[in-house]
Design a protein around this ligand. Sequence first.
Ligand code: UTP
Length: 292
Amino acid sequence: MGENTIRKAVFPAAGLGTRFLPATKAQPKEMLPLVDKPLIQYVVEETLASGIEQIIIVTGRGKNAIEDHFDISYELEHLLQERGKLKELEEIRRISELTQFAYVRQKKALGLGHAVLVARDWVDDEPFAVLLGDDIIDADVPCLRQMIEVFERYRAPVVGVMPIDGPEISRFGVIRAEPVESDVYRISDMVEKPRPEEAPSNLAIIGRYILTPDIFVELERTQPDIRGEIQLTDAMRALARQRPFYGYRFKGRRYDCGDKLGFLQATVEFALKHADISQDFRRYLKNLQLEE
Ligand code: UTP
């Protein structure tokens, strides 16, 4: 197999997670567990399964737990060995051997666009992926792998999109686009959080992107919004007006785990599929006497 065209992935994880306070006061949102695994580990595993092994995590203050999670834990390994908990030991070791991570600090939470810009020197002059840990995608073929295949056909940036009907659309960046083949759209414009009646389509941008290095030039030019944040959508929008830029409607189910309801939905559905507890959990749910 030839070398993957996309070798690097950026994980912006320096946000404050205000939708999940107080749980995120002293621990990163990315470390909230879905059943028994932190959110960020699902996204790391998706990245590796897509053939990308170089990961940089953009962190901020209070995010040390992320680094510790992917590091060796001698004490814990020793203890598990001593107690003969070999299955757990194997899993703990596997996590620290997943891949080599790089870390960079975003000193102030100046927005997603700014977080991507902080990784510029590491990314250098090659196309790269950006994955948001809030978005957990359950798919037969990993979502990022599907997107790399689209990138390889068009050699242009690709954002993951999904249809959202109704007023919910105003929580997303939304594309104006023409279909070019099944599930692939050429984007002419993007609008961040439009009013439902002003949304240019029902296709919302989710937290998977394949970008080209020219995004950095745009990010440097992008003015902060009224909250003082540099938005990735603004820079992508400027780029989509200058060069081919695509949206890909991925196959799979996406959960917004940065939001309480989305997180709970993912928890229930992942628990129902989890080898250890699915049976007991299913029984428990069936016996719940839910009132209207
Ligand atoms: P969100 O919009 O979900 O913001 O960021 P948030 O701060 O994480 O969470 P809420 O909305 O306050 O609850 C989208 C992604 O961009 C990262 C976040 O970590 C998340 O993965 N991000 C956001 C940064 O890395 N830096 C920032 O300054 C802002």
